[in-house]
Design a protein around this ligand. Sequence first.
Ligand code: ADP
Ligand code: MG
Length: 541
Amino acid sequence: MEVRARQLAVGRRRAAREALRRVFGFEDFRPGQEEAVSAALRDRDALVVMPTGSGKSLCYQLPALMRDDLTVVVSPLVALMHDQVRALRELAPGVVEVVNSQRGGGANAEAVARAVHGDVRLLYVAPERFGSVGFASRIRDARVGLFVVDEAHCVSQWGHDFRPDYLCLAAAARGVGASAVVGVTATATPRVAADIVLALGLRDPARVTTGFDRPNLTFSVVRCGGWLDKRRRVAAALGCVDALPAIVYTGTRAAAEELSFRLAGALGLGAGEGVVCYHAGLDPGARARAQERFMSGKARVMVATNAFGLGIDKPDVRTVCHASVPASLEAYYQEAGRAGRDGRPARCLLFAEPRDKGLHVFFIQRSRVSDAALEGVAERLKWAGLDGRYDVPVADLAAGVGFDGSHRGGARTESSSEDDVVRAIIGHLAAARVLEPEPAPADRVAGRVVEGWDRRALALCREAARDAERERWRGYRAVWEYVEGSRCRREVLLAHFGDRAAGKPAVACCDVCAPAGSPAERDPGLCSGGSGPRAPRLRAA
Ligand code: ADP
Ligand code: MG
């Protein structure tokens, strides 16, 4: 018996390698991939946590193409979905389909019909599709093998992109009769990982974690006196040899616009040409142009809010600057990790000023959930629709609980924190079993009201809200320990994800570890390693 099982395992491994070469043209698996593929071929639930750019998609695409049933891939970003589908269709023509709101009803229906008929191996689906009863019951007629949830950290209240509608994906997976559920993410602290297992209902999952170390990245924190000083130092950093292409993240849309303009001047690169700007307030055409210029190498610097980046696979980014301190180390590591995906040396610079800290405190305090806000949302949803169902824009709820436009102020951060508060409240109400969220487009919330709003429910919600605030403070402490502490930056980052550094990195480790007297230590905002600043080209930023 055991011999037979071993033979089977060996056979599967050989077949997987053969398919890896034939379909993808890759000689070898990267760390973690073979384990994940093997779990998926054995119908075993899995949680795959691997850093950005390490090749997570292959972990489910390869087994999907080897299996003879349907793999459903739930992915939260339509743009990302289209990129993946386009690339995959070239490798495996005729067996990859996509269903989302950007396509017409006819095209979607045809894709589903082909899937049900058994002609499709991979079906990419936006999460809100499972809110449609028609869709869910159609898919039930297909033979579903793997049910994959990409960006699975969205299911965790402790993650930094919580989406309440992800909470019902476990039910969706069961509903379509999937034989295994696979969660995939790049950013999961041990706590978030445990949450994903619970929320996706993974049964004794194979856990594939490759470690978070990025040995080709150098981490530095640059303390700045204020915004002008920051601007100057960011410009200086980007003026160094081999600093470009670079991404500069700002905390607000206004800062992105101002800084892109200033950097264009300082670097002599031209605003809108060599330096482009990207945030969610720009019209889609302008965003697409900025992205295209940067991706194709025509623009050398991208100045953006966190709206830019998810799913962006530009391998040769040499520097990622943060011109303000992000709200959590998860967010920081995910964004900084867009540097050096090609494995060559790259730098991650975090520019911090004392004011950043005050802003964090302000945002946390402002997002404190009052009883009135909890009750406001519960009441609104109770009356929002017929027979206990609701489907409303997040912004309406934000307005309804007293977050009107005046709170938003002039400095727009991306996900407006009011919307985040509403999502958090929905999460608390779901935890108290007052609501059952259902999938909805990113700017809406939908679901069912299941129970009356009573004192017990209020107490449960309050507790969930307190937990959430504690978690935010934990994030705040972690990020500021990183900024203000004197421990090796890499060590702090890896410890945060429950990992340890695996030996010496291939490049200068960080500004803390840099040997005394090195340029990196004297002024990490300038240049690291042996390459000196390209000072003559710099003009005042
Ligand atoms: P992630 O989702 O983890 O951020 P992707 O799945 O988008 O990363 O993969 C990143 C890149 O790595 C892609 O260009 C992909 O083709 C490449 N890649 C994945 N697996 C391998 C492999 N085994 N060998 C070589 N390249 C790979
Ligand atoms: Mg991915």
